[in-house]
Design a binder for this molecule. Structure first.
Ligand code: NCD
Ligand code: ZN
Length: 346
């Protein structure tokens, strides 16, 4: 196969940042994606419906002329989030989901939730009104090894929460382990998972072999090869519970190339080319559309995009920039370590 036409994809987990960084990266997403769920971990975070409304306006103002793109807004859950505000946000059509960051789990998450008991009133309201909870599924207890954080989260936080509130719809975001895949597969309903592009491509060796490679460091951190293989199997299976959330997370290079570099991998610009390569490798190009364009909208109760895009396999490899320049500094582009031939032709 050298040509594939699919519905325009959506990205169900994206960091766009704000200000000069937002202006520098949004074109890469708007070029290929119709919609994206926008992460609320700004500084300060997007906590109220009012904050989300203002942030949405800033995003819309930054979209390059001629592109159409719809940001789907989320709220950053805190122990003080007001159930009425969340309900009003959903009712107005502005809010698509609420995001749970366990405090300290990742970039800009210090204001996240320490004790889930304190967030129960808002979670109960979300269950009642059918508003999904997007979860960064990692515990932060220092005793737990960073490579085990996801598995321990499922056992000690997620499963008890789902038993307590079976009506709550939960998206387990950026699943990185076989444990996560198995847990989603074993769940009857109200649970789905997003998978990033980079976790389908790298395992933890990419970060650590031959020197520390900060541009492969993200959270949740890439795991062993057996986990990558489980993610690839799930993503390419067509199972409706798995869909794309790139977690493209730009940081200016100096903030990654230092003694304590931030987590985040920038993939917006070449994600579709990388995914077509992965699905071709797995003999599953016919299931790419389910992963990028059908399963996500179905889970969030939205119609799939009507518009189509065509991917073309070029004989010569494509050339993507090594870095993009933004007003907030250079951002290194994800290098999948293989040549890319699939081009989004329009
Ligand atoms: C994200 C960021 O930089 O905001 N980083 C990352 O490694 N994915 C935060 C997150 O989603 O965990
Ligand atoms: Zn993220």
């Amino acid at each position: 196969m050298t040509e594939l036409t699919i519905r325009r994809p959506d990205d169900w987990h994206l960091h766009l940042r704000d200000g000069a960084m937002l202006a520098g990266v949004i074109g890469d997403t708007a070029r290929h994606f119709a919609r994206a769920i926008i992460m609320p971990n700004l500084v300060p975070p997007v906590v109220t419906t009012e904050d989300a409304k203002a942030y949405r306006a800033r995003i819309l103002a930054a979209i390059p002329a001629g592109d159409r793109f719809e940001p789907l807004m989320t709220l950053y859950l805190t122990e003080h989030t007001e159930p009425d505000d969340v309900e009003a946000g959903k009712a107005s059509g502005l809010i698509t989901a609420v995001k749970l960051y366990p405090a300290g789990a990742t970039t800009n998450s210090h204001g996240g939730v320490r004790n889930l008991d304190n967030a129960m009133p808002v979670l109960e309201r979300m269950a009642k009104i059918g508003l999904p909870l997007c979860v960064h599924g990692e515990v932060t207890t220092p005793e737990v090894d960073i490579f085990d954080r996801e598995a321990v989260f499922i056992e000690t936080v997620l499963d008890p929460l789902r038993k307590r509130l079976p009506e709550l719809k939960v998206t387990m975001e950026h699943v990185t382990t076989k444990d996560g895949i198995d847990y989603i597969r074993s769940s009857g309903r109200n649970l789905a998972g997003s998978i990033t592009t980079h976790h389908l491509i790298i395992n933890r060796n990419a970060i650590l072999v031959g020197g520390i490679r900060p541009h492969y460091y993200c959270l949740p951190v890439a795991k062993r090869e057996e986990h990558r293989l489980a993610l690839r199997e799930a993503a390419t299976s067509g199972d409706r519970r798995f869909f794309l959330g790139t977690d493209s997370a730009p940081h200016a290079d100096p903030l990654k190339e230092c003694a304590c570099g931030c987590a985040g991998i920038y993939t917006s610009i070449n994600t579709m080319s990388c995914l077509a390569h992965v699905f071709e490798d797995e003999g599953a190009l016919d299931r790419l559309e389910a992963f990028t364009s059908l399963n996500g909208p179905a889970w969030y109760g939205l119609a799939p995009n009507e518009e189509r895009v065509t991917l073309v396999r070029r004989d010569d490899p494509l050339s993507f920039p090594h870095k993009i320049d933004t007003g907030a500094g250079p951002v290194t582009v994800f290098d999948p370590m293989f040549k890319l031939h699939w081009d989004v032709a329009g």
